[in-house]
Design a protein around this ligand. Structure first.
Ligand code: UDP
Ligand code: MG
Length: 320
């Protein structure tokens, strides 16, 4: 971009951070955030979304909110998950630019300045792309590698590889994202879907500063399923393919058995073949039904129109 294009001004920058039992890392997070925010040339607000923590996180946050009115808290009624917590924060963020990031300092706050620079040059979405992941198990690295590549392929290149939820978004992007009220949220895909101008900045993802991961294998699988089922019909295609393969196999086997019967009169009761056929076809039908059921279940959850999260209380939200 040419340097003589006037910089886009920023009046207010919002930072949205979901918190689930993060009391160990909070003090360090605040120090890092304030260090970075004090160097930015704009007003700021930080929205902490307490996603049903049962440790001291809320007490710490509410003490901060009394000391500093730019620190805002949204406390959810229970654990709704990281994506819902981000949504609660995005719904209430007032900034013309909104940054979403994790609490554990795996998303280094010093990158915010670089993101802001790109925004000011005209970019609407600046996302951080992990170049290397430190301190994560080989299982997480391997599954993440396969998952992101599959997803990128399936979303026709829409969803960038190796990106998390560390992202800067312009107000128009956030407004559109806030209108997308689907239940199974995969925000990194949804923000990519919005369009506008997007770019990546790369960073080496450090290890979590304090505490343990709040993403259990179950939560990781749920997020992966949300990504796959919301952004692709690949599972439906696979079930169709499986059905077709089994059908062709069935037709061929029928022809074979007819030939046996009429040409060779070889009609020894085929117990083994029968059992094999039954179990293969039965299995294939169940797989297909399961996949269809997964989509129907999601349609059912969408039509219920339940709120995506429930707010128990909030602090400093009136203050701009
Ligand atoms: N988180 C949340 N609700 C959850 C799980 C996680 O709000 O149910 C938050 C957590 O506090 C952190 C962010 O989401 O700020 C990312 O979680 P974590 O670092 O545990 O995930 P990982 O980096 O291990 O994938
Ligand atoms: Mg983390």
């Amino acid at each position: 971009m040419s340097p003589d294009i006037p910089k886009r001004p920023i009046d207010l920058l919002s930072i949205v951070i979901p918190i689930f039992n993060e009391s160990a890392v909070l003090p360090e997070l605040r120090i890092e955030l304030e260090r970075v925010l004090s160097t930015l040339n704009c007003r700021w607000e930080v929205l902490f979304v307490d996603d049903g923590s049962w440790d001291l996180s809320y007490n710490i946050l509410s003490e901060w909110s009394q000391q500093e009115e730019r620190i805002k808290i949204i406390r959810l009624s229970r654990n709704f998950g990281q994506q819902a917590a981000f949504t609660a924060g995005l719904d209430r963020a007032l900034g013309d630019v909104v940054v979403t990031m994790d609490a554990d300092l795996q998303d280094p706050p010093e990158l915010i300045q670089e993101m802001v620079d790109h925004y000011q040059k005209g970019c609407d979405i600046v996302y951080a792309k992990r170049q290397r992941r430190e301190g994560e198990s080989w299982f997480k690295k391997a599954t993440a590698y396969v998952f992101y590549r599959l997803l990128r392929h399936e979303s026709a290149g829409l969803i960038p590889e190796d990106t998390g939820d560390f992202r800067l978004m312009s107000r128009p992007t956030v407004d559109i994202l806030n209108q997308m009220r689907e239940r199974h949220r995969f925000l990194r895909g949804m923000s990519a879907w919005v369009g506008f101008s997007q770019m990546a900045i790369t960073f080496e993802r450090p290890i979590r500063k304090q505490g343990k991961t709040k993403y259990s294998v179950k939560k990781m699988c749920t997020l992966a399923a949300d990504a796959v089922f919301s952004f692709s019909i690949l599972p439906l295609r696979i079930s169709l393919l499986l059905g077709m393969v089994v059908f062709c196999f069935g037709v061929l086997y029928s022809i074979y058995s007819l030939i046996q019967k009429y040409c060779y009169a070889d009609v020894v009761p085929g117990w083994t073949a029968l059992v094999m056929l039954l179990s293969i076809i039965g299995g294939a039908i169940l797989v297909c039904l399961g996949v269809i059921g997964e989509y129907i279940g999601r349609i059912y959850e969408e039509v219920k129109h339940r709120p995506l999260y429930i707010v128990r209380e909030s602090r400093n939200l009136g203050a701009k």
